[in-house]
Write a protein of this length. Structure first.
Length: 72
């Protein structure tokens, strides 16, 4: 059976959306989801991010081709 090569060192970090926090915590991470939005301006206050190799399966020699067994 083929291994899925799951990376158990993956994590998500919530980062404040300001230059200092992004530089300190998020420079090497890829945004994944919005965590908080200002109710009036809809500006993103915080977002979650993860290491690139945890977000982009192509970096682990995976494919983006849809398998035949997935429904249309």
């Amino acid at each position: 059976m083929k291994s899925w090569d799951y990376m158990d060192l993956c994590y998500q970090l919530v980062i404040a959306n300001n230059p200092d926090s992004i530089a300190k915590y998020g420079a090497a991470l890829v945004p994944t989801t919005v965590d908080s939005v200002h109710p009036k301006t809809l500006e993103i206050r915080r977002y979650a991010a993860a290491p690139q190799q945890c977000v982009d399966c192509r970096l682990n020699n995976a494919t983006t081709t849809k398998p035949a067994f997935w429904p249309n």
